[in-house]
Design a protein around this ligand. Structure first.
Ligand SMILES: *[C@@H]1O[C@H](CO)[C@@H](O)[C@H](O)[C@H]1NC(C)=O
Ligand SMILES: *[C@@H]1O[C@H](CO)[C@@H](O)[C@H](O)[C@H]1NC(C)=O
Ligand SMILES: *[C@@H]1O[C@H](CO)[C@@H](O)[C@H](O)[C@H]1NC(C)=O
Ligand SMILES: *[C@@H]1O[C@H](CO)[C@@H](O)[C@H](O)[C@H]1NC(C)=O
Ligand SMILES: *[C@@H]1O[C@H](CO)[C@@H](O)[C@H](O)[C@H]1NC(C)=O
Ligand SMILES: *[C@@H]1O[C@H](CO)[C@@H](O)[C@H](O)[C@H]1NC(C)=O
Ligand SMILES: *[C@@H]1O[C@H](CO)[C@@H](O)[C@H](O)[C@H]1NC(C)=O
Length: 533
């Protein structure tokens, strides 16, 4: 049974034997490999015709053999011919293979042998440099198409391939790879040529990961689920090799036995038939160890692969409320600031409006009779005429008739004949406010002094009567005023009269009167709202 099997095997090898051919330029290096790839004990090489064994390398030898390889360093024209390699397997079985070598004389302007006997590459645009693997430590220096150096963006060079982007008929031709091979310090040229015939159903592009970006960091919560998406462009039209997958610490997700991870892939064509694949890595629950892990998306097509690494990072959970708190605090500050500014600007209107709306109907009886006692400089000069007009007409018009206040004005409510001192004192004590009219007269007029002294005494010492200062004329510097007046001015300022002095109707809604009303007490037994406006 065993013998029959062996005979069958031998017969099979004899029948299937085909002679391989190698072409080389004169003076280049040539390394040939005996075809069978499987395990063997020993290989011997000899000239087919002369049966002369080709020995192992000795110093200075040009042609020598080593295991499956036959070396010509460099080739010479007389190397053309047939060679046989004898492969010794275990169990005393040997097999022979014939190879044919053709060394072409170097000719100016010819970069490849006229006969090309490497198999054609067809279709997709990938052209492999023939025999390159036989040469250890070789470097491709140049690719040629029909003896012209290849250059342009359509050609992607990899170690032993080139790729033509979207190949068409015009790409058909002879492609030569030229490389340098170094042996024992000697450099040799090697070139190998094959034919490319386009037949493209699809074409390759270097794989490109659109997202994630390399070294992206994704924020996560422990225990939460996460989906990591990776999308890659792999070529034009559907690719025979198209892989987009996730590795966790360099192990493919499929090989991990954690049920926490699983992948989901879809593929689609974009514009110009660009072919994409998108793979989502679903993690059902983020664990602590994932924060140290590298999640790598790998995209692979015939041309090669590319990767993008993503790591995970905890969401800054502590900072979150802190940031919110700070923002809230800032907003609060801004609101307060705006309110303060608004209140400062509209304080008077707000207070007056408030009074108008929420005016308490029963104001507590404080035992006073007058809302304000009016102190003003008495004079007979023409300048003072307006002050007299103001005190006797305008002031009562607005505050009494319009606003419903009750004033006490010396000369109107106190007759000159009364016991002036005690009358004034009594009246001021029965008044809720002191209205002091300031003019230049206030500085000079002796006449005012008595009134003011009592009034200011009450206001400052007993402090139960508020003072309202009406500055009817621009006084400028207050230096010359009495010290007590200066003190009040410093405390609360004055209300400045800026209206045209005569002529038109006074309105309780002008700025001046609003300020005065603001400083006045609440109206008692009011008929104010009916009269206002
Ligand atoms: C090599 O072998 C082929 C047949 O396999 C033969 O036609 C050819 O003449 C041989 N070449 C030489 C140089 O003997
Ligand atoms: C192989 O052949 C040699 C002689 O040719 C013989 O001595 C040896 O026993 C053989 N080995 C086997 C495994 O058949
Ligand atoms: C190799 O070539 C020689 C001479 O042409 C021939 O006798 C022999 O059968 C060939 N061997 C194989 C395995 O083809
Ligand atoms: C290789 O391509 C050339 C040129 O197109 C063609 O003539 C030849 O028949 C092809 N060889 C094979 C084995 O396909
Ligand atoms: C390959 O190249 C490396 C350095 O580039 C050198 O160290 C090594 O000896 C070379 N191997 C051979 C077989 O020439
Ligand atoms: C290799 O070829 C280039 C031209 O293609 C030539 O200039 C150079 O001398 C050659 N090197 C060897 C070692 O033959
Ligand atoms: C993740 O990658 C970085 C460098 O890219 C490496 O230093 C680190 O050891 C890797 N971590 C793991 C867990 O593989």
């Amino acid at each position: 049974m065993w013998c029959v099997h062996l005979i069958f095997l031998s017969a099979f090898f004899l029948v299937s034997m085909t002679s391989e051919s190698f072409d080389a330029m004169e003076g280049d290096a040539l390394v040939i490999k005996c075809p069978p790839p499987s395990s063997y004990v020993r290989v011997t090489w000899y000239h087919t015709e002369t049966k002369k064994i080709i020995p192992a390398e000795e110093e200075g030898s040009r042609t020598f053999s080593l295991k499956r390889l036959l070396w010509f360093l460099p080739t010479s024209r007389e190397d053309s011919g047939n060679y046989t390699c004898v492969v010794h397997y275990s169990n005393n079985i040997t097999k022979e293979f014939n190879v044919s070598v053709q060394v072409h004389p170097y000719k100016q302007g010819i970069c490849f042998p006229s006969q090309i006997r490497y198999p054609n590459d067809t279709g997709r645009g990938k052209i492999i440099c023939p025999t390159f693997d036989n040469y250890k430590n070789a470097t491709i220096v140049q690719w040629y198409k029909d003896c012209k150096p290849l250059q342009g963006e359509r050609y992607f060079k990899r170690d032993k391939y080139i790729f033509i982007n979207n190949p068409g008929k015009e790409d058909d031709g002879y492609y030569t790879c030229q490389f340098i091979y170094t042996h024992n310090g000697n450099a040799f040229n090697v070139s190998a040529t094959r034919i490319f015939v386009s037949n493209a159903k699809y074409s390759l592009l270097p794989p490109q990961i659109l997202f994630p970006k390399q070294n992206d960091v994704t924020e996560v919560d422990l225990g939460a689920a996460l989906s990591l998406k990776c999308q890659a462009r792999l070529g034009i039209k559907k690719q025979p090799i198209a892989v987009v997958t996730w590795d966790v610490n360099n192990s493919p997700v499929k090989k991990l036995d954690f049920s926490r991870f699983h992948e989901e892939t879809l593929s689609f064509e974009g514009h110009d038939h660009e072919y994409y694949r998108e793979t989502t890595l679903h993690i059902t629950e983020i664990k602590k160890e994932d924060l140290q892990a590298n999640f790598t998306c790998v995209a692979v097509n015939e041309m090669g692969n590319t990767k993008a690494k993503v790591t995970l990072q905890l969401k800054a959970q502590l900072d979150h409320p802190r940031v919110l708190m700070i923002i809230g605090f800032l907003v609060l500050l801004i609101i307060i600031a705006v309110s303060v500014v608004l209140y400062q600007s509209f304080r008077v209107d707000i207070v007056l409006l408030y009074r108008e709306i929420f005016q308490p109907y029963s104001v507590k009886d404080d035992g006073k009779i007058y809302d304000a006692y009016v102190i003003y400089p008495k004079s007979h000069t023409s300048e003072a005429n307006f002050v007299g007009y103001f005190v006797y007409h305008i002031l009562p018009d607005v505050l009494e008739n319009e606003c419903g206040y009750k004033l006490c004005i010396y000369g109107r409510d106190i007759c000159p004949g009364e016991d002036t001192a005690s009358a004034i004192e009594k009246r001021i004590q029965k008044s809720r406010r002191l209205i002091i009219i300031l003019t230049h007269q206030s500085i000079n007029c002796e006449d005012l002094a008595y009134d003011q002294h009592i009034a200011l005494y009450n206001a400052l010492i007993q402090n139960d009567t508020k003072v309202i200062l009406l500055e009817m004329e621009i006084i400028g510097t207050y230096e010359k005023l009495q010290e007590s007046l200066r003190y009040i001015i410093k405390q609360q300022g004055t209300i400045k009269w800026k209206e045209p002095p005569t002529g038109h109707q006074q309105s309780s809604n002008s700025k001046f009167w609003k300020h005065v009303r603001y400083h006045m007490p609440l109206t008692h037994k009011t008929s104010y709202s009916a009269n206002a406006g």
